[in-house]
Design a binder for this molecule. Structure first.
Ligand SMILES: [Mg+2]
Length: 242
């Protein structure tokens, strides 16, 4: 593929940027909590235990597909170890793990305006998708939402860091000064972008990021609705919208 150095690039995160992904996980958390509440646990303790266990394992294992269901089983087991639940029941542990796997059967909804934003930017920039997580699962989400054909390239990244985003920009031939990175996570989308000297747009909203961090200095924008994206990018390009 020929790359024109003058071209602008726009890199989109997927989960909770273009899709409502958190609610599918939230549904799984709720189901686990309801199951364990029937055994006498409180909603709050189930949630905080599960999220603590899962966060520790994200740091260790990354965003592979099996981590989340396993975390559900481990949360159950940790309550047994603490004697907050009586006697270990392997069938119950299996049920917890299954609830985790069933989370992936819910297709996240496309956010309002997502398609229009991609169509609107297409004539002006190369569009790239950069998502973490399992390629097969993320690919299914992309196809279900009908997004695949909007992108010139798609990256399934194990980690999102200045290094991995830097490698993406280099491979695409994108000049950071002519690149926007758009995502919902300051730590893994926005700060890597800003540290590379690219433009960053934070999509505020539900966020799976557990620790809040501040954005670095740089070309930083925050939005609530995806419709706010094209005017920001077209202004930076010197294109007058409409
Ligand atoms: Mg995200």
């Amino acid at each position: 593929m020929t790359r024109r150095p003058s071209e602008w690039g726009v890199v989109f995160d997927l989960d909770d940027t273009l899709l409502y992904t958190s609610p599918t996980f939230e549904a799984g958390v709720l189901r686990l909590s309801l199951l364990l509440q029937t055994l006498g646990l409180e909603d709050e303790e189930v949630r905080s235990r599960l999220l603590t266990i899962d966060l520790e394992r994200i740091n260790e294992l990354g965003y592979g597909k099996a981590r989340w269901p396993e975390s559900m089983g481990l949360a159950y087991r940790s309550f047994v170890n603490d004697q907050k639940l009586p006697g270990y029941d392997p069938a119950l542990e299996r049920r917890c793990v299954e609830i985790g796997w069933e989370t992936y059967e819910i297709h996240p909804e496309l956010k309002p305006g997502a398609r229009e934003v991609l169509e609107g930017l297409r004539p002006h920039a190369r569009l790239v998708l950069a998502t973490r997580g399992d390629e097969e699962l993320q690919g299914r989400r992309i196809d279900h939402a009908g997004l695949r054909h909007h992108f010139d390239a798609m990256y399934f990244m194990e980690w999102k860091t200045p290094e991995t985003y830097g490698a993406l920009l280099q491979e695409q031939g994108f000049d950071p000064r002519k690149t926007f990175i758009i995502g919902d996570a300051i730590r893994s989308d926005i700060n890597p972008a800003l540290s590379l000297g690219a433009h960053a747009i934070l999509v505020r909203g539900q966020n799976w990021e557990h620790e809040r961090v501040d954005p670095l200095e740089g070309h930083f924008h925050e939005i609530d609705d995806l419709e706010e994206i094209p005017p920001i990018i077209l202004r930076a390009m010197g294109v007058h919208a409409g």
